[in-house]
Design a protein around this ligand. Structure first.
Ligand code: BDR
Ligand code: CA
Length: 313
């Protein structure tokens, strides 16, 4: 089983992604926490407590950056994820401790220990990943592939008209990570907004024999309420679990052209936008010279079933 490093801002859909990865038998060798949906420390607590509930206290969780490269942490998204990041659900306190390394240091160490095999799954702002690149500029040659939930290619943004939350929360970091020379699979809103969890899925999670899975179900009630305003019905887009399932190779990619992607780091209305050069679509998307970044525009609609199966296992 290929080893994976997960970097997240846990977060309701992050929690489901974690449940999915564990249930699907992914070999998670380390987890980093970054500010996004909630602050990095609260996100790490959420992750540790969930791991304890899932019977996986052995997976190291490292604290990552509180602030983005430019400015300071803006305070999360309580209207989406609750004040504690997990819809105000109170998990049993595990007392598990953080790793002694920072998230960036843990990622670099694991990449050096697993050269050419480590997969990275980044489902929060890219602050820790950019920090790791600065710490070890050779990181791209050590990592097998990085799968990123973030951005929007042709779809609208979700925090502004142009920008998706993970990229908007640290555009400078995202620009660095997307400019680095490694195999990137970018999973933007174009794909994730089409993979939606519905009421029967929520019921299935709430009926699980596993406490950790029931807890994730309880969190999702909060997420469903937010998405009522987006989709006009109670349901929720499953951004992070889709990226996780794609990283495991469990989801067929129906359209994932290679494209150069740059991030708008200006202070204007486009700040945080991922500008994906998809002009090749008109001629069948040949791989542009030098491009190692695929942009997932469409993925097998059966992905949610795989994710639910994984989570419920
Ligand atoms: C992304 O932002 C966060 O709110 C979610 O956890 C997901 O990673 C979606 O834009
Ligand atoms: Ca996330």
């Amino acid at each position: 089983h290929a080893p994976f490093f997960l970097d997240c801002d846990t977060g309701i859909d992050d929690a489901l992604a974690l449940a999915y990865l564990l249930g699907a038998g992914a070999n998670l060798v380390g987890i980093g926490s970054v500010s996004g949906n909630t602050d990095a420390l609260q996100g790490a607590r959420n992750t540790l407590d969930l791991l304890a509930m899932a019977g996986r206290p052995d997976i190291p969780v490292a604290l990552g950056l509180h602030d983005p490269q430019a400015g300071t942490y803006a305070g999360g998204a309580p209207h989406v994820h609750g004040y504690n990041g997990i819809g105000e659900v109170q998990l049993p306190e595990s007392g598990l401790e953080l790793a002694r390394e920072s998230a960036a240091e843990l990622l670099v160490r694991l990449a050096r220990e697993n050269p050419g095999t480590l997969g990275v799954i980044a489902i929060g702002p890219l602050s820790n990943i950019a920090a790791a690149l600065r710490l070890a500029p050779e990181l791209p040659s050590l990592v097998r592939e990085i799968t990123i939930m973030g951005g929007s290619a042709l779809a609208p943004g979700n925090v502004t008209a142009a920008a998706e939350a993970n990229i908007h929360n640290d555009p400078e970091a995202a620009a660095e990570v997307l400019a680095a020379d490694w195999e990137i699979v970018l999973v933007p809103l174009d794909a994730t907004m089409c993979h939606v969890l519905e009421e029967p899925d929520l019921e299935a999670l709430l009926g699980s024999e596993q406490g950790a899975v029931r807890a994730v179900g309880a969190m999702l009630g909060h997420y469903f309420n937010f998405y009522l305003g987006v989709f006009g019905r109670r349901c929720s887009a499953m951004h992070d679990p889709l990226a996780a399932a794609i990283a495991l190779g469990r989801v067929e990619l129906l359209s994932a052209p290679y494209a150069r992607v740059v991030v708008d780091t200006t202070q204007g209305p486009g700040r945080g936008q991922t500008i994906c050069d998809l002009r090749g679509l008109y001629k069948g998307s040949p791989k542009p010279a030098g491009s190692r970044c695929r942009v997932v525009l469409d993925a097998d609609p059966g992905a949610m079933a795989e994710i639910m199966r994984g989570a419920l296992r």
